[in-house]
Design a protein around this ligand. Sequence first.
Ligand code: MG
Length: 368
Amino acid sequence: MGRITRIELYRAPMPMKVPFKVAIGTTTISQSLFVRVHSDDGIVGVGEGNIFTPVTGETPDSVWAAAPGLAQALLGSEAHDIAGRAQQMLKLLPNNTTLRSALEIALWDGLGKAGGLPLFALLGGRRRAIVTDNTVGIDTPEMMAERAAGFKARGFRVIKVKLGTDLATDLARMRAIRAAVGAGFPLRIDANQGWSRTVARAALAALPQFAPELVEQPVVKWDVEGLAELRRGSAIPIMADEALFDSHDALRLVAAGACDYFNIKLAKAGGIHMALGINAIGEAAGIACMVGCMTDAGVAIAAAVHLASARENIVFADLDGADMLAVDPVAGGFAYGAGGELWPAEAPGLGVELDAGYLAGLETRVVE
Ligand code: MG
């Protein structure tokens, strides 16, 4: 892959099948930035960043305002030097992880195409299936139980449950869901920072009766000490999500003994380069990883599937974003197998195709 000559930016509001509520916000229209990065050897790499403001602080407007300048800065630089481009973008826009991720994913796609390798192979990994959960957003216990039963009926082997409101209602939700899916069916919980330390302590004491396999981010993201204290007293493994954006966070969490698992998301990490660094720290520390998503369409999901396939230390997947959308503008990248299996594509790069007719209907900026 040669030098970057042209970058196309597409603003993509995508309706959800149903509004998705978590402790820190509700998504009714999912907002992605799609990018196409051209290089002077005729390669075009495709990327996506899905914007969830309560986690990264970026908004659709802020991403749309910042994207042309960042794209401009990349023009003329070597597209294959992804570590260099990631560092360059980090220096220019340190807090715009989703925007940086969209552009960085496109460089990996382009490099795979240039080398004739699917991304999982380019990353030095093998092709394997990773099993994704599907997620039940916050609602009444009855509605959540119905959705959980629906996912089980569709063949999903594990369900993630969003909690993080008042404890009595959260426990009622778990009781209804456990009754609906039956004993032994794998459930995982995500409180999305919704509990105080005191409530989290009570929750972690009460939740073992529902046998969840893990609890994600019980307390506010900056409370690493609280996470460590909760973990010491918990029979349920703890996963860090919002507390973990980059490798520096990963080191801090390891040093504090704050979690059993990492949840890596490309939109938090700013792309695959940083995600690999987080996973390497996790691997060295005996911390297995999940790869998660926002409400991404298929480009960013494909990138996450390739990453997970290529790294054995990534053992969990929460890659249900594209399944939550009412539109499907992306073909390829990954294939669904039985029971929530996701298989990375074998075509070069991500192996995705963005629907040209769909892109033509979007607000567009071209930087060249
Ligand atoms: Mg989470």
